[in-house]
Every structure is written in C-alpha cells, then in structure tokens.
Design a protein around this ligand. Structure first.
Ligand SMILES: NC(=O)C1=CN([C@@H]2O[C@H](COP(=O)(O)OP(=O)(O)OC[C@H]3O[C@@H](n4cnc5c(N)ncnc54)[C@H](OP(=O)(O)O)[C@@H]3O)[C@@H](O)[C@H]2O)C=CC1
Ligand SMILES: CC(C)=CCC[C@@H](C)[C@H]1CC=C2C3=C(CC[C@@]21C)[C@@]1(C)CC[C@H](O)C(C)(C)[C@@H]1CC3
Length: 615
C-alpha cells in the first residue's frame, strides 16, 4: 500500500490551485487510489490536493513585518487590498468568460497597485503560521483586553468586509482604484459563494439522519407514529403491552372545517408577525457576508393571541371542539406541512446557490427533508423564522389550555387538577421564555445550518403542538392526584432545569453578542483560529451542552405530574433525550470542523457532553 506523508487532522499548508500561495489547511482524508488528500481551508472550502501541493507548517518561516497569506476566511475581509490569488479569489481558469474584460481591467489596475503595497503585521491574531486553531502560548485566558481586540477585529471583518491587512500610501489613482476594488469585491463575493458550493459537495458519508433511507423512514414513520401515540393516549388503559389501536382511514380523519380553523389560526399568526412593532435585529452573517434582518415581535404576538383567546372564551366560543377533533387537527396540520414542504422544495430549485443551506446535499429526497434553501423569504417574510416560534409554539400553549378546559369538563371539576396546573404553567414558562428571548433563536442550528424543509416544517407545525402537549392530553383521560410535597419537589426540579437552561443559553448568547461584556470577565476561554473564542468555564465548563441538560431536566419535570402508572407521558423525555443526544453529536461534528484543534482542547478540558460523569 502506498504510504502517505500527512495524517488526518494534521494542520499543514496547502497550495491554492493555480497559485503559488499556501494556506493553512486541515487534512480531512486521503484517497489511496488517487493519492489525493481532501483538505479543508479555514473558510470551510474543501479541496483535493496532491501531496506535492502540501507542505508541513515547519517548512514556512514567517517573514518579519511581512504578511504571510492569510486564511481564506480572513482574506474575504481583506480582499479589497490584497492582490494575490487565494481561496477568496478563484483561479483564473475557473473564472467565467463573461467576466473576462472586467477581469482584464482589474488585472491592469492590480499591476499598478501591487508595487505600492506596504504589508502590515496583523497584531491581534496575525497570520502566524504557528497559530493554527488556537493556543499558541496559552490555552486559556481571562485577559479580556487582549481577547477584545481579537473579537472586535473579527466582528468588524464579518460585518463589513473591510480590514487593514495592508496599508496603501495615498495615491492619485486611489479613487479609481476604489471603484475597481468595490466592483471586484462584489464580483469576488459572488464567485466565492458559488465556488464554495461548487467545491464542497456533501459526500454520501456526510449525510445526517441516516442519509436518504433514514430521512425516508423518518418522513413516513413520524406522522404514523404521531397518530398511533394520540390514539393510544385516548384509550382507557394506554399500556404499551396493549395492542395499538388501528389507525382510522384518512377520510375519517379529514374535516374541511377543521382545516379551515387551522388555516385561520395560521393567518392570524402571520398577521401578528407582520405588525411593525418590536425591534429589528440582524442575523449572523451569511456565506456571502449579508446579514438578514429579523423583527422581534414574538412576545407581542403572544400577548395579542392571549387577548384574542381570552375574548373568544368570554364570548363563549366552544374550545372543546379542538379536543374532540384533536386527531383531525393533527391531520390538518400534517397536510398543511406537506404542502408547505413541497412549496419550499419547488421554490428552492430557483434559489441562487448562496441562498442554499450548508446542510443541503444535491439529493432530492434528502434535501426535501433537511431543506434546500436556508432562509426562504417572501419579501421580508421569513418562513422558517416565523414557523419556528409562532403557529406551533404558541399553538402548543393554546392546546394545553384546551386540555385544561377539557379536563374540567370531562372530569366534572370546578378547578383543574394540580397536575394539570403544573404541566400548563411549566410549559407556559418555557414558551414565554422562548418568545421573550427570541433573538437567541438566530444563533441556533435550525436557523444557521439547517434549511427549511419537511423536518422543520413538520417539527414546528405538527410535532411541537401535538406531541409537546402530550402530558396535558394524557391527563384529560388519566387523572393523577399529586400531593403538595410531591408538587414542591417537581417545582424545585423544574426550576433547577430552568436555571441551567436559561443560565447556559444567556451566558453563551451574551458572550457571542459581546465577548468583552464586563459581566463575563471572570470566565475563561480558549481562542480558535476563526478569531472566535469558546467558553471553558461557567456553565460551558461544566458540560459541553449545559443548555441541553437543563432542557432535559425540565422535560422530566413536565412528565412527573402524570404519575407512574404509564410510560406514555414519559414519551417526551425519551424522545427528547434521543433528539438532544443526536443533536449534540451533530453540533460536535460541526464545531470540530469549524474549530479543529481548539475544539479538541475544549473537549479534553470539558470531557462530558451533556450529563456530568455519565455522558
Ligand atoms: N424543545 C426542543 O424541542 C428543543 C430545544 N432545543 C433548545 O434550543 C437551544 C439551542 O440549541 P442548539 O441550537 O442545538 O445549540 P446551542 O445553543 O447549544 O448552540 C451550539 C453552538 O454554540 C456554540 N458553542 C458551543 N460550545 C461553546 C462554548 N463552549 N463557548 C461558546 N460557544 C459555544 C457553537 O456555535 P458558535 O461557536 O458558532 O457560536 C455551537 O455550534 C438549546 O437550549 C436546546 O436545549 C433544541 C432542540 C429542540
Ligand atoms: C425529527 C424531528 C421530529 C425533528 C423536529 C425537531 C423539532 C421539533 C425541534 C428542532 C429544534 C427545535 C427548537 C425548538 C422547538 C423544537 C424544534 C423545532 C425551540 C423553538 C423550543 C423553545 C426553545 O426555547 C428554543 C427557542 C431554544 C427552541 C429552538 C429549537
């Protein structure tokens, strides 16, 4: 077997094709047949290189006062000044012929500029070749001022594309050059986005959720499973040992009126979303540097919805209709979600490449599931962002209220049971918390990584309202009396979970928003090659996903009021553990790719993923 010189995971310098420039890359794999290495540049670009085009880091010396070539991602920020070919600038051969004359102009101007460049050393996190992925001298630091310079620098790069890697002495031609630069910037940004997608097709082994067969199974299995669970829960004895009730025929479950009510609900939420109230914020930078704007009015939508529901109750609207047609509503929502997913997939076929999700693969079935387009929008209306928090999440609270009223009616109670009150208030707190902290959604995997396809459409619009309200649904036909001491214990458990969940999420969000926040000055961090830091103390030094731990503790507290007679009300805890363990693995995979060695250091330092001393 032919030997290979570089090992997987090794950090080396790889030649950018068509140029004589070398960039820091990580070896991902080696194909012994073609003798090619798959390497990853710092901006995430993956390419195959010959061994001759790879050099160990040690074979480079940093020129004093000179700039070594910067990383692809950082060059994106500096390309208006730097003139060499790079991952940020596609090689000549790859460029389109239509742009040839434009390129000729640029080239001419560039020749003039090249001799006028005065390289500067980038102090904050220079291009030192010994600094790949983190710790050059210290692995952790509390020295906020140092950290701040780095973060500020990085953030300004991210948002503006302008950096000062080189200084230009003032020239007469500067105005002309600026014009050409700005044209070139736009051109390169476009090319870079296209190129990144061209060179990084997701290989079959990278598909998540078990690839095409896995997502196929999930898409057909989940709706069937949902109806089985709801039917089982309606049985007098919902023991798992009982044979599951037969699924009714679809026509028995379909009711046009129910579907109409569902559409009305959806449209009311659309209306609230469109109200010009609440502040507008920018999301994280997209692949082409753009930042989308989002209006934060989820909490207002919740208040308005409560007002509408309150008024309807007062007017005597029969909410029991929702309970008695629960399966029909679930089917209506499922049909809506399938139609929406088809629409999302169809429109994504026309979407520009840089609007596609990093998770999309080119396989139609997989992309239908994971979502091909990252942020599908109709004008300023963001479909994914809207669905993630509004119809399903607020719908969940309304369904819980419906169950509370149904319990009173069916069990002939003057007031709801303590168990029902606990479940309702715990989940209300969870939803209000999500809406109050709406901005945090913008940094979740769902918004940044996953596209909007069947997975999130079904998750947001069907799974959340109809499965997350399962405990309340269960209590309607399976009363459970909870004693006050037991209730107190459950409340304490819920509060512990909430403190961990909110503490961890707020700590990370505050740190990502402003790494120099004085309130976080006591926290230790490791820095990464991307310029971002990772928290290694506080909640994020306890386990690697403290927010998941908190979420799971809360999930247990939601199920306990249902007692121990059946396992069904614990379905949520079981499903959620599986979801978060899988999600944690997905996130680790992305973080490992993003942060390389720095992430490994973090893992060594914080060995447990979710459960301390267990997992
Ligand atoms: N109820 C439900 O059904 C569900 C709830 N959730 C909840 O949603 C919330 C968001 O979850 P999710 O989007 O999965 O992921 P997280 O909020 O945990 O975000 C993960 C990201 O955080 C950053 N990060 C990881 N470690 C560190 C660190 N040590 N220091 C600083 N940043 C770090 C990384 O991104 P980067 O470095 O790029 O910033 C990483 O990709 C969680 O609270 C979760 O419990 C999630 C799924 C379902
Ligand atoms: C296979 C399958 C059933 C997938 C669906 C998963 C979805 C149900 C979840 C994926 C991520 C979610 C999040 C929330 C709800 C569940 C889904 C959609 C969330 C809105 C709940 C409230 C939290 O505070 C949150 C805003 C952090 C959270 C975001 C992720």
């Amino acid at each position: 077997m032919p030997s290979r010189k570089f090992a997987d995971g090794e950090v080396v310098r790889g030649r950018w094709p068509g140029s004589s420039l070398y960039y820091e890359v990580e070896i991902l794999s080696h194909d012994s047949t073609s003798q090619l290495y798959t390497v990853k540049y710092k901006d995430g670009t993956e390419l195959e290189l010959k061994e001759n085009d790879i050099k160990p880091l040690t074979s480079f010396r940093q020129r004093k006062g000179g700039s070594t070539s910067s990383s692809p991602s950082r060059r994106r920020g500096s390309r208006s000044r730097s003139r060499s070919r790079s991952p940020g600038r596609p090689p000549k051969s790859a460029r389109r012929s239509a742009s040839a004359s434009h390129q000729a102009n640029i080239k001419e101007a560039r020749r003039e500029v090249e001799v006028k460049l005065t390289p500067l050393i980038l102090k904050p996190f220079g291009n030192s070749i010994s600094r790949y992925n983190g710790e050059p001298e210290h692995t952790e630091r509390n020295d906020i001022p140092h950290k701040n310079t780095q973060e500020k620098f990085n953030l300004s790069q991210e948002s503006s594309y302008i950096s000062t890697q080189y200084s230009l002495h003032p020239r007469r031609e500067e105005v002309k050059l600026k014009e050409i630069d700005s044209k070139e910037e736009k051109f390169i940004a476009k090319e870079l986005a296209v190129r990144t997608f061209e060179v990084t097709p997701i290989r079959a082994k990278d598909l998540e959720f078990g690839g095409v067969p896995g997502v196929f199974l999930i898409m057909f299995g989940l709706p069937v499973f949902l109806f089985l669970l709801l039917l089982m829960c309606k049985q007098k004895d919902p023991s798992l040992l009982n044979f599951p009730p037969p699924l009714p025929a679809l026509y028995e479950l379909w009711e046009t009126r129910v579907f109409g009510v569902y559409l009305l609900w959806f449209l009311i939420q659309v209306l609230f979303y469109l109200l010009p109230i609440g502040k507008v914020v920018e999301g994280t930078p997209l692949i082409d540097g753009r930042r989308l704007k989002y209006r934060l009015n989820g909490f207002y939508a919740f208040i308005l919805t409560s007002a509408v529901i309150g008024t309807s109750l007062f007017q005597g609207v029969e909410f029991h209709y929702v309970y008695s047609h629960f399966l029909q509503f679930a089917l209506g929502a499922t049909v809506f979600c399938v139609v929406l997913s088809v629409y999302l997939y169809m429109r994504s076929l026309k979407a520009p490449r840089n609007d596609l999700s990093p998770a999309s693969s080119g396989n139609a079935v997989y992309d239908f599931f994971i979502g091909r387009e990252l942020n599908p929008r109709i004008g300023t209306f963001d479909l994914k962002y809207f669905c993630e928090l509004r119809p399903g999440l607020i719908g969940w609270v309304v369904i819980n209220l419906v169950m509370l009223l149904a319990e009173m009616k069916i069990q002939d109670r003057a007031i709801p049971s303590l168990a029902m009150i606990l479940v309702n208030s715990f989940q209300l707190l969870y939803v209000v918390d999500a809406l109050w902290n709406e901005e945090a959604l913008l940094t979740t995997m769902d918004i940044i990584h996953d596209g909007f396809g069947f997975m999130l459409a079904f998750g947001d619009l069907v799974w959340v309202p109809f499965i997350y309200s399962f405990q309340a649904f269960y209590l309607v036909s399976h009363p459970n009396e909870v004693s006050w001491p037991m209730a107190s214990l459950i409340i304490v458990l819920k509060l512990c979970g909430y403190v961990i969940f909110r503490g961890a999420n707020s700590q990370k969000n505050a740190f990502r928003k402003n790494p120099s926040d004085p309130k976080l000055a006591h926290l230790k961090t490791v820095h990464t090659s991307t310029g971002k830091h990772l928290l290694v103390s506080g909640w994020w030094g306890f386990v690697r996903h403290p927010n998941y731990l908190g979420d799971l503790i809360m999930a247990l507290a939601w199920s306990l009021p249902c007692g121990f007679n059946h396992i069904l009300p614990y379905f949520y805890v079981i499903y959620f553990t599986m979801l978060l363990v899988h999600r944690e693995a997905r996130d680790e995979y992305h973080c490992k790719k993003k942060y390389g060695v720095a992430w490994e250091k973090y893992c060594q330092r914080v060995p447990y993923r979710i459960f301390p001393y267990i997992y």
